[in-house]
Design a protein around this ligand. Structure first.
Ligand SMILES: CC(C)(COP(=O)(O)OP(=O)(O)OC[C@H]1O[C@@H](n2cnc3c(N)ncnc32)[C@H](O)[C@@H]1OP(=O)(O)O)[C@@H](O)C(=O)NCCC(=O)NCCS
Length: 143
């Protein structure tokens, strides 16, 4: 089941922070986002009451930007990432947005495969975007 987290859903937020604090040190950013960034959206994938993945994107008027998508290691390669991304794409269609963009490390082959499967195309190379590693700008046109 995919559920949106909002600043009103404190129970989900604290479960989310507990799950992902092992993988990220971005607890404050998440909290900050919920309170202050109206453009930032989080959708989580819940299975048997546990959060096993999430997608975070910015809903910026006529376009979306994917900031992060993450599935906990033991649940990877089971279409969780695919469903999260499809969820964002479907919301984008309903809102008539023009495109969705994202940046990905050039060596993140599984993520790139997932994005290509969902209709994203490589549009530019970002030299040294990630501390010496090149990034790729990808875009999914929506109209
Ligand atoms: C990238 C990530 C979100 C993919 O999530 P996932 O749930 O494992 O991906 P899915 O099972 O939905 O896979 C969808 C497609 O992606 C590709 N893919 C994903 N993982 C793969 C793997 N281990 N081997 C081969 N292909 C893979 C395939 O094309 C797959 O389609 P298929 O099953 O029909 O072959 C996950 O690997 C992850 O959390 N990685 C760490 C965080 C990260 O790098 N995020 C991206 C930042 S830009």
């Amino acid at each position: 089941m995919i559920v949106e987290m909002t600043k009103d859903n404190l129970e989900l937020i604290s479960q989310f922070e507990k799950t992902f604090s092992t993988f990220f040190s971005c607890k404050n950013k998440i909290n900050d986002d919920f309170r202050n960034n109206i453009f930032s959206k989080y959708f989580i994938y819940v299975e048997k009451s546990n959060i096993i993945g999430f997608v975070n994107y910015y809903d910026i008027y006529e376009r979306f930007e994917i900031a992060n998508i993450y599935v906990i290691p033991e649940h990877r390669n089971q279409q969780v990432g695919l469903k999260l991304l499809e969820c964002v794409i479907n919301i984008g269609f309903k809102k008539n947005i023009k495109n969705i963009t994202l940046e990905v490390k050039i060596d993140n082959i599984y993520a790139i495969k997932l994005y290509e499967k969902c209709g994203f195309k490589k549009v530019a190379l970002r030299k040294n975007y990630y501390d010496g590693i090149d990034g790729i700008l990808m875009e999914r046109k929506m109209m």
